[in-house]
Design a protein around this ligand. Sequence first.
Ligand SMILES: Cc1ncc(COP(=O)(O)O)c(C=O)c1O
Length: 380
Amino acid sequence: MHSNQGPRLNPHIASAPLYTPGTSVEEVAARYGVAEVIKLASNENPLGPSPRAVAAIRAALPELFRYPRIADDELRARLAERLGPNIGPEHIATGNGATELLALISQGFIDEGDEAIICPPTFPMYEIFIRRRGGRPVRVNLTVDYGYDVEAILAAITPRTRLIFICSPNNPTGTIMTQAEADRLMAGVPDRVVVVFDESYLAFVDRDDHVKAIEYVRAERSVILLRSFSKAHGLAGLRVGYAIAHPTLAEYLWRSRLPFHLGSLALVGAMAALDDVDHVSRTRELIIAERAKLVNRLKELGLFVVPSQSNFIIFRPGYDPQTVYEHLLRRGVIVRPADFFYMPDFIRVSVGTPEQNERFIAALKDVLDNLAADRSERSR
Ligand SMILES: Cc1ncc(COP(=O)(O)O)c(C=O)c1O
């Protein structure tokens, strides 16, 4: 703008960091002329979308000229059925991905100067949404083992604390909050503070001691659980997520959404995906088996790897992650340097099909061997 007399911008929105998505297959294919690019950068489902969702979306196309049903009642009712006793549609709020619900949560609870506790390294959107509202993100870092420091979180609560964000499994570390840790947390958090349990990657957990946060909803605590259709259902492009909370909180989130917030294809696709139990279980089995293999292969390369309960793994490449990332791009493999996720020395790789994982390991080994050769050349 030419003068400083232009429109007055909200400084919080103008200065909040932007979300940077993973690099796309098309970009890399065009830039490096690689024919077959694999993307292991955005924790997408290596088996693709739920086939039942795809069929339902196809069948619904002729109705696209109509407005979607404004109510998401049917989707919420079907979700509630699957969530077990004492959870009804009134406990659920849907959103344009879990991301929209994160935005609605910050909008609903954070005013200028309010505090929200986040536990980096974690999903950066928590901080971005808090800052857009003029709120203050209070950082309580994960422990050296990338676990939650419950006592430090409790000690960080002040009269201005409105929200605590717990991500389990956590993006980007793949580590979890256990039931015992969550019980200690919930015993100390006053009910005026809302604890958000982001469970976008819950389907990939195989440890028995993971927190069963839905029990806090049943116990009528101030919690909001977030879930997503982007991962286990393979519908990241459709944009559907949901929150589970006490009806008062669910209705509060519901009030601030847009009319027609979910398109008709999103509604039918999500409902069909819920019935596609087979796709979710095949995805889960693949991820659990492949992540174990991938962790071993990375360790065989002598790298430090954090054990993961999710569909991605974080590792320290031992060289500048940006350099390793760029060399991998040239070999047609897209991963994610983790600086954006508060881990500047690490790279995050999503678990893919067995073939994709092998190709990634072969490319990484080649890159690391070349960098080692360069290093010893220079030191001579
Ligand atoms: C921890 C976490 N929460 C929420 C989301 C957002 O998911 P959605 O695609 O449902 O908006 C992501 C996406 O990567 C995530 O990693």
